[in-house]
Design a protein around this ligand. Sequence first.
Ligand code: FAD
Length: 294
Amino acid sequence: MSAAAPEFDYVKPTGVAELVEGLRAAGGEGAVLAGGTDLHVKMRIGKLAPRVLFDISELDACRSIAERGEVLAIGAAVRMSEIIASPLVARRVPALADAARQMSCRQIRNRATLGGNIVTASPAADAVPPLLAADAALLLAGPAGQRELPLADFLLGPGKTALERGEVLTEILVPMQPAGCRSGFVKVGRRKAQAISIINLCGSLSLDEAGAISDLRLVLGSVGPTAMRARRCEQALQGVAPKKESLAAAAALAAEECRPITDLRGSAEGRRLLVEAWTLRLLTNLCVKGRVHV
Ligand SMILES: Cc1cc2nc3c(=O)[nH]c(=O)nc-3n(C[C@H](O)[C@H](O)[C@H](O)COP(=O)(O)OP(=O)(O)OC[C@H]3O[C@@H](n4cnc5c(N)ncnc54)[C@H](O)[C@@H]3O)c2cc1C
């Protein structure tokens, strides 16, 4: 016999103020429903049982992709398929489109939102490394008003974020990337489609006039409680003209500094090997070819 379907009230707010007020009135028993690809699964298995669902999938304030001065503002309810199709994302933060393209299948990409991917706080979330590499910040709205928080400070651990009760993520703010910045995203899973990443990584770098690496960011996912910057690797290559030996040594540092665990998808040691191999390949491609599509 199958378990009884969960019961809940369904509300479709027309603005952020109404949403925040609704969440306040629900007193901790409300949940934001975006694409539902994660929430519905958790409700079905009884992991979450919200009393009220607040559907933001068509909330105007969370649905646009727009340039606002130097910043690219992406609404939290923008779907992965819309990230892929956006000329602004392709121009301003192409590695994010690469990541969205490699997520799951078309059906999931047509529902899953960028905000949902972030708030779920999975260490394997594919959209997070490109956003961390781009130094993205989040716009949060709640009972105390609006606040901006760097994405790096928002993610606290698996399933844990700095979102306070009654708060909602409304926009993701991506600053202008340095001129000539090259970036790429790699997802390593058991198969091409419908696989959660064993590891994922995003690199972005610029080369100065002398051909030396400047402003390198390397973010590793699924090898720690949250996606992480590989700072020792980044520092080792800062100002260095890329050579086979220096890139290989930096990739080895990335493997050393990540903190993988063994789980269903892979062993800690296997993940370190993947980090070293794919970091070397990604950085080499970025230095030699520019943009990377894997
Ligand atoms: C078959 C399958 C394959 C998948 N493959 C991948 C994959 O390849 N890569 C990957 O990264 N993920 C994958 N996922 C996970 C999931 O699809 C993504 O994390 C997705 O982006 C979640 O977005 P959503 O809009 O569906 O979130 P929802 O399910 O609507 O919400 C997820 C959680 O975030 C909260 N939330 C959502 N939006 C907001 C907001 N704006 N403010 C506050 N709280 C919010 C919800 O209350 C809920 O707790 C997969 C899931 C499934 C079922």
